[in-house]
Ligand binder design. Structure first.
Ligand SMILES: Nc1ncnc2c1ncn2[C@@H]1O[C@H](COP(=O)(O)OP(=O)(O)OP(=O)(O)O)[C@@H](O)[C@H]1O
Length: 240
């Protein structure tokens, strides 16, 4: 897979003058970028724009990739998975939905089962899986067609600490050679996952950089358990 970039150029999205996201100009490259911000900051709006299901009011959003037809993968916050299907059956069905030719479907399913660490659970019914495995299968669902851009909405919510660690490892592995955008409220996800962090507050980008750079913004005597938490809370201003 070649170099992929998501390019936002002077992009604005306004909802009936009540809320404006932007203007934002930035380029997201391969790896994991975490999108952090309080409720209403504009994370879902940015996801919709990145996915192309919504259009900016002004400026542009472009996915540039060398690979034709790679498209998009999306893990919603509450993925609906058919409990009585096995992992393998479900992924085969997704591969069919994604119009992967019949002769390539088994190979695509094998690859994804391996990527999300479910090869040995291929014959398990989905309702028998743990919450963490189900979430990994949800990521698998987003990956079957080999998308250049993957959007994960709160992927670790509701998981126990061990499951969260497993899921972060999976996300890290699948982010090679593609852009993974993760919307999250969880500071631990940012530390464990992010190559890059974009903090949004009231529709504006208030930080864009790496985790150590964000930690350095922490006010030593501010409330919070870690520098990362103090830094993010500090960027939220009075809105929290
Ligand atoms: N279709 C819409 N029409 C009008 N306003 C909208 C629409 N979608 C979102 N908004 C408003 O835009 C703002 C940003 O919403 P958005 O859902 O992007 O925030 P968020 O950061 O994803 O929040 P959360 O963490 O709660 O999901 C909110 O004030 C919301 O009410």
């Amino acid at each position: 897979m070649g170099a992929t970039r998501l390019v936002l150029a002077d992009m604005c999205k306004t909802y009936r003058r009540a809320f404006t996201l932007g203007p934002i100009s930035l380029t997201v490259t391969e790896g994991v970028t975490c999108l952090v911000g309080p409720n209403g900051a504009g994370k879902s709006t940015l996801f919709r724009l990145a996915a192309g299901v919504d259009r900016p009011t002004s400026g542009s959003v472009r996915l540039e990739t060398d690979d034709a037809g790679q498209g998009l993968g999306y893990l919603p916050q509450e993925p609906q998975l058919p409990g009585s299907a096995t992992c393998e059956e479900f992924l085969h069905y997704v591969a069919w939905l994604q119009r992967i030719p019949r002769q390539r479907r088994s190979e695509a399913v094998e690859l994804v089962l391996d990527q999300v660490g479910l090869s040995d659970r291929r014959s398990s019914r989905i309702r028998e899986l743990s919450g963490g495995m189900r979430r990994r299968l949800g990521i698998g669902h987003a990956l079957v067609h080999g998308p250049a851009l993957v959007l994960l909405d709160e992927p670790t919510v509701g998981l126990d600490p061990k499951q969260r660690i497993g899921l972060r490892q999976t996300v890290g592995q699948v982010s090679q050679n593609r852009i993974v955008l993760v919307a999250t409220h969880l500071v631990e996800d940012v530390r464990g996952l992010a190559d890059r962090v974009i903090v949004l507050n009231e529709g504006a980008v208030v930080y864009d950089g790496d985790v150590p750079g964000l930690e350095r913004l922490a006010e030593p005597d501010a409330a919070g358990d870690t520098d990362l938490e103090r830094a993010i809370a500090g960027l939220m201003g009075d809105s929290e």
